[in-house]
Design a protein around this ligand. Sequence first.
Ligand code: ADP
Length: 473
Amino acid sequence: MAIRTRLAVWYTGVTAGILLIYLLLSWALLHTQLFRELDRQLAERAEEVRRDILRRTDLRMALEEGLIRLPTTSLGAPPVYLQVVRGNESVTARSANLDGWRLPLDMDLMAVNLQGRAGYKTITMEDGTLLRLYSAPLMASGRMIGAVQAGYPLQDVERVLRRAWLTLAAGGLLALLAIGGAGWWLASLALRPIDRITQAALQIASTHDLRQRLPLPRAHDETYRLVSTFNALLDRLAQVIDAQQRLGADVSHELRTPLTTIRGNVALLRRGAADDPQERRIALDAIEAEVNRMSRLVADLLLLAQADAGMQLEKQLVEMDTLLLEVYRQAQAMATVGSGGVERVTVRLGHEDQALVLGDPDRLRQLLLNLVDNAIKYTPRGGVITLSLYRENGWVRVSVQDTGAGIPAEALPHIFERFFRMPRYGRKGVGLGLAIARWIAEAHNGRLEVESEVGQGSTFTLWLPEAKDSQLS
Ligand code: ADP
């Protein structure tokens, strides 16, 4: 069932309940008040007559001999019947409008009268009509010697009540129909923006155009929030898809270049280069270098894909000073070129505190080696690379400083992006190293920062939270 129909049904149902309670209460109130007024009139009439009769001194005799006369006039628009009963069985006087007929003598009322009290009762007549009866005792020396009775046929009252009930019910039904209609209309009105959003979303889905945005409503209400959230979602989706497409293009580009080199060298070998040991070595070296490059690329891509999928690292206590020493030794090897062992750049170990962190030693080593690899790659011959480690206010700060080419300010915000490379450095790397390094830092609740000045060099700083005492045991 559509929400608007469901809302309208609920709304109408609840209103119907409230309306029904209201109608029943109104009807009950009307009923009670009508009867109270009627009873009051009956009692008033009967009491008038009773007072009149009691004023007589020869009451007993008057009753006996039927000397009492009841008023024929002023019986009023509701025909109030009056009669006087002698003892508790025979009627001694009755109003003219009774016309030979008499009010029934009810045992229950008589019993009440016998105790000196007046009472009311609704009596069903033989023809099925209802009669409201009031009976007040006539007392002489503490004994009941008769009663004055007043009666009123209830057909009219019943008719009034029935008509009132019908009017109330018909009015209620009409009100309910109107409320149901209004509820449905209001629900449609409230849900119209959702329809518009659905239409727009369907259009975006069918045209595959993620640049489209939904128009924001003017009022800052729930719909506004829904539309802005939807638009923000589209922004994010467009970014992700864009990044995905760029990644696809970058990956295929990165794979095409080594494949071309490999294919070229294979062709060279086929054409006879394999016969000349010198040429063969050069061709095989080139093939090996490209295969290594491709393997690295695939491994890096796999790692980033796992990182995106939320891979958890296996952490343990790591002595960062020992790890940095290992990286330093490896860096020295990397900085040394050729079989003569000439150092292209100098790698130095600067200040080194002892520090423990909770982390994955392989990933941390990979991070630092990426930084060192970059420093060596982008520092010209004769440059200096300094590794240092400080403990500072619960943090472990590891820095890799070089005296290399530096990074221009406009490139700095992008160097951690996947596949970002500065064009002027050619094909030295694929542009994934820093993206991986930053992910590793963040997966350790740390961060990776860079400071750089063109022509002066760069400093990459890794901040890791120091292992707490509680983690040491
Ligand atoms: P790459 O594989 O190209 O080194 P990275 O993600 O490690 O990829 O680095 C991204 C880019 O940042 C590099 O292409 C380079 O232009 C720049 N860069 C990184 N480290 C340094 C550095 N120490 N000195 C100068 N430029 C650097």
